[in-house]
Design a protein around this ligand. Structure first.
Ligand code: LLP
Length: 431
């Protein structure tokens, strides 16, 4: 809360714009991104690599929040993106994003998606399983084309985080297992196909991770694997992609290091291990999603009704909820909110902030200290930029909010608010 900016009127200010003016102009619920915060975080990551003298790519994991404007912003900062679906790739194409800076992930890419990736000559397809290797071979033969690939491997690291977010451990739906020789077999299949150019290996050990150790262990495991492959068949990787997952601070209970410090530790671990194993230093790629989009986002809501449960607690309800941010209901994720008209007003009570959806589980914040709050006041929920709008739904047939980008005192719409008309636009009458 300490880093919040306020203007002379004492109102919460985002990107130099009064949050209450944003609400007047665009209504609520509203998702607001502070564009400079996104640029700054990308720069912090880039600087770590430059300081360490290592070739790199900062590849934004667009699943955290994707739209045309976001991709154009990432492009302005020379970022790469990773996509995980034909829809994300289509959005990147529409944004005019340079295809050579796109990586394609996923454990069930369809033939159509692979064709799209090959036809647009994206930067790299990250192969996840044997079926996909076969499928891609077919597509490449069919198209008489070629493509860069990497292998996603599971390094056997269980990151200490929410269990839904663990993906680097052996028992995972993602990637080739190293221990049992799956990854080595996949390497053979890729190398024997002249249409695939084997760039290197990838792992992603989980999300919202606070411990450096897991990342370092995974990085060392990747280098050791490459050293083995080098000894065995002389393979030399150009790229080691260590995924994303760098944790951010959502509430006062969280105390992570700065996201770029994880990367610094990873890069140093990779450097050290490549030296120890006499391997050439590869380029290091990272795929942060949450740490780029999360802290830059704010969800603005208007307070509606209130219910006091005698002797137990008070519920303050807002005009959004699980449809625009499912994370509290799905992961028991915690957030903080402030009163937009006066973020540092004296606290009066602790309330439960509830959404408007017809479901008891639609609670945005279980316990929030707030000043006196009345219907019509605006609440700003903080750090909502990752996996908020991206996971939004039309549950209860509520339209999804508008998304606005702000920078240097100016705002612009990045995604329009859905209308009731939009909601029925795909419906067909029954006869
Ligand atoms: N790379 C790969 C291969 C991934 O699977 C992910 C996230 C990332 C990068 C980016 O991770 P990040 O830096 O954002 O932690 N919906 C969940 C998070 C799912 C993350 C899935 N993969 C949530 O809201 O917490």
């Amino acid at each position: 809360i300490d880093q919040l900016s306020t203007n002379q009127a004492g109102h919460l200010q985002i990107g130099g714009v009064d949050s209450l003016d944003l609400v007047k102009q665009y209504k609520t619920p509203l998702v607001v991104y502070d564009v400079k915060a996104i640029r700054d975080q990308i720069h912090h990551f880039q600087k770590v690599f430059q300081d360490n003298g290592v070739d790199f790519a900062v590849s934004y994991a667009s699943k955290a929040f994707a739209c045309i404007a976001m991709f154009q912003l990432i492009n302005q900062e020379d970022g790469h993106i990773d996509v995980v679906s034909g829809g994300e790739l289509y959005t990147a194409i529409k944004a005019g994003f340079p295809m050579e800076r796109v990586s394609f992930h996923g454990n069930d890419k369809s033939r159509e998606e692979l064709e799209m990736a090959v036809d647009h000559q994206i930067g790299v397809i990250i192969l996840d399983n044997f079926h996909e290797i076969d499928l891609l071979k077919e597509v490449l033969d069919d198209r008489q084309s070629h493509i860069n690939v990497m292998l996603r491997v599971t390094p056997g690291i269980s990151a200490h985080t929410h269990e839904y977010d663990q993906t680097g451990q052996v028992d995972s739906k993602f990637g080739f297992d190293i221990q049992s020789g799956q990854a080595r077999k996949a390497l053979g299949l890729v190398l024997e196909d002249d249409r695939m150019n084997m760039l290197g290996i990838h792992c992603h050990i989980g999300s919202q991770i606070f411990e450096v150790k897991g990342f370092e262990m995974a990085a060392v495991k990747l280098i050791d694997t490459l050293a083995e492959w080098n000894k065995e068949i002389g393979y030399v990787a150009k790229v080691v992609n260590v995924g994303g997952g760098f944790g951010i601070k959502y509430t006062e209970e969280d105390d992570p290091i700065a996201p770029e410090m994880f990367v610094d530790a990873i890069v140093k671990a990779i450097k050290k291990r490549t030296e120890e194993t006499n391997m050439p230093m590869p380029a290091v790629w990272i795929e942060p999603g949450r740490s780029i989009a999360g802290p830059a986002g704010y969800n603005l809501y208007t307070v509606g009704s209130r219910k006091d449960v005698p002797g137990i607690r008070s519920y303050v309800t807002v005009d959004g909820g699980m449809g625009d941010n499912i994370r509290p209901a799905l992961y028991q994720a915690k957030y903080e909110a402030v009163l937009a008209k006066d973020p540092s007003a004296p606290i009066k009570e602790t309330v439960r902030v509830a959404g408007k959806y017809c479901e008891s589980g639609d609670i945005l914040i279980q316990k929030q200290d707030l000043p006196e709050t009345k219907p019509g006041d605006v609440l700003a929920m903080l750090d909502t930029g990752a996996y908020g709008y991206a996971m939004a739904s039309n549950y209860n047939r509520n339209p999804r909010p508008a998304v606005v980008f702000v920078e240097n005192g100016k705002s612009q719409v990045a995604i329009k608010r859905e209308t009731f008309e939009d909601l029925v636009s795909l419906d067909e009458p029954f006869d």
